[in-house]
Ligand binder design. Structure first.
Ligand SMILES: Cc1ncc(C[n+]2csc(CCOP(=O)(O)OP(=O)(O)O)c2C)c(N)n1
Length: 542
């Protein structure tokens, strides 16, 4: 009914009967991960790579609890997901029964909505509403908790044709007055900047965004969540703003006289000190979720609605314009402060490895990053060509997301090249999924940027805690090549720059999954960097 073709699930007592139904079900592919967390991140990667909701299934208690980090990850990044959990039978609820956990309660603050199905007659309606809520407005995860006795009962199949959700209102698109005000502001602006986020990807607004930027000659900075909304190689692309953003993105924001914030939430990793964020700019916030307006930064104009529709409306109302002075100034910053690293002899720089990944990418490839230094270098150096071509856990910054997230993208896009860029720390958080990629022959190319440290934390200890590397040295192994071998996954170790590209090409040519252990410079830092809470125009390592 909802077009679901794949479920990522893990069985257990309370979902026995759901699994029994899956036994004879041919319409839905079921992927069995090796840990529920791997499954929920894979469902998330399925959703991010396709725009369709990811579906995950787990048993009650420990199974459901293992989903929590993945649900929070999806919630923070507004990813559509339907989570089905088993619950103990209705008479046992609230009695500390075996494997009971109040999962709708636990996930209340990290889901868009939660259902506890108490009557078999409500099941179809709840599932239908769950998909509707997960995928409309600002998307997000919805949980449907089904007690075991409900799964055992039978009833006439009923799937209500319409929704009756009086409390769930989708906001209308842009009110005329705000649109007119914005048109005027854009017409008058001399130094406008488009600051775009995940809302642009969620609404499929990438094409109109680029047309809009080109028509009005407005440079575009994409947050981590919107990487690829404008191709990274586009002349108007500024790269990422904020803590590890480009100097020219941060300078452009600081010098702008009009900030067009589209599908963003003014995250603290972007704004730094809000008092000095775009201090000279009028601010327009185009956003589907009214709760985001004036939450972190007070704006001059807010337009509530779908970003694609609003950009189209604005596009049609504005005449094209050229801004040679502004663009020249920005190009000057691009020349003066490029992203840079030196690949010295005798070392292997992580940035060199990540830049080299570009050499094997194709138009329809996906790059999925985990969390840490390698994530920021990926955001800086991977040349993404389209929305959804790059994704990562942005809001929650979940270590352990990258590899299973890539696995989900590969399930959804079997023909595409999917590259996971992960740290040696984060990879170990879900490396059990090597079994899953081996068994299903999911040809994910896993690039471990192995610096022997919990690198991003070590960087903060280096810069702000006098190099007191408290519990961030993880150089004790395992041997990742041997680990992959144990799971039946091809593996390559790379220690020298000249080995990088041949290894990537070999991995690409191989039909199945491949792990590459890139042993890199241990104490490289990510620059530029805005210290937490600092002004974004004051960056270390410019
Ligand atoms: C689940 C989880 N635990 C802890 C952290 C805090 N944290 C952020 S980055 C990081 C280090 C990551 O190390 P690694 O995976 O090796 O990547 P690197 O930074 O070295 O590239 C840690 C511990 C986190 N983001 N997520």
């Amino acid at each position: 009914m909802e077009g679901v073709d794949t479920i990522f699930g893990y069985p257990g007592g309370t979902v026995l009967h759901i699994y029994d139904a899956l036994y004879s079900c041919t319409a839905i592919k079921h992927i069995l991960p090796r840990h529920e967390q791997g499954g929920v991140h894979a469902a998330d990667g399925y959703a991010r790579s396709t725009g369709r909701p990811g579906v995950v299934l787990a048993t009650s208690g420990p199974g459901a609890a293992n989903l929590v980090t993945g649900i929070a990850t999806a919630y923070m990044d507004s990813i559509p997901m339907v989570v089905v959990t088993g619950q103990v039978a209705t008479p046992y609820i609230g009695k500390d029964s075996f494997q009971e956990a109040d999962i709708t309660g636990i996930t209340l603050p990290i889901t868009k909505y939660g259902f506890l199905v108490k009557d078999i007659k409500d099941l179809g309606r709840c599932i239908h509403e769950a998909f509707h809520i997960a995928t409309t407005g600002r998307p997000g995860p919805v949980i449907v908790d089904i007690p075991k006795d409900i799964t055992v009962q039978t009833t006439e199949f009923f799937y209500p044709p319409k929704h009756n959700l009086p409390g769930y209102k989708l906001k209308p698109n842009g009110i005329a007055k705000q649109i007119e005000e914005t048109v005027k502001l854009i017409s008058e602006a001399k130094r406008p900047v488009l600051y775009v986020g995940g809302g642009v990807i969620a609404s499929g607004a990438e094409k109109i965004l680029v047309e809009f930027a080109e028509k009005l000659d407005i440079p575009v900075t994409c947050t981590l969540m919107a990487k690829g909304a404008i191709p990274d190689t586009h002349l108007l692309a500024l790269g990422m703003p904020g803590m590890h953003g480009t100097v020219y993105a941060n300078y452009s924001i600081t010098e702008s006289d009009l900030l067009l914030a589209v599908g963003v939430r003014f995250d603290d990793r972007v704004t730094g000190n809000v008092k000095t964020f775009a201090p000279n700019a009028k601010k327009v916030h185009i956003e589907i979720d009214p709760a985001e307006i004036n939450k972190n930064v007070v704006v001059d104009v807010a337009i509530i609605g779908d970003t694609k529709d609003i950009l189209e409306t604005l596009f049609n109302k504005l005449d094209s314009k050229k801004r040679p002075d502004w663009i020249k100034r920005i190009n000057g910053w691009k020349e003066e402060y490029p992203l840079k690293f030196v690949q010295e002899e005798g070392t292997l720089k992580p940035q060199y490895v990540i830049s080299s990944v570009n050499e094997i990418l194709e138009d329809n490839s996906f790059v999925v990053a985990d969390t840490g230094q390698h994530q920021m270098w990926s955001a800086q150096y991977i040349k993404t060509r389209r929305g959804r071509g790059f994704f990562t856990s942005g809001g929650l910054g979940t270590m352990g997301y990258g590899f299973p997230g890539a696995m989900g993208a590969q399930v959804a896009n079997p023909e595409a090249l999917v590259v996971a860029i992960v740290g040696d720390g984060g990879f170990q958080m879900n490396c059990q999924e090597l079994a899953t990629v081996a068994i299903y022959n999911l040809p994910v190319k896993i690039c471990i940027i192995n610096n022997g440290y919990l690198g991003m934390v070590r960087q903060w200890q280096d810069l702000f805690l006098e190099k007191r590397y408290s519990h961030t040295d993880i150089n004790q192994g395992p041997d990742f090549v041997k680990l992959a071998d144990a799971f039946g996954v091809k593996a390559i170790r790379v220690t020298k720059p000249e080995e990088v590209l041949p290894a990537l090409q070999e991995a690409k040519a191989h039909q199945g999954p491949v792990l590459i252990d890139f042993v890199v410079e241990k104490e490289e830092n990510v620059y530029p960097m805005v210290p937490a809470g600092g002004s974004i125009n004051e960056m270390l390592g410019r």
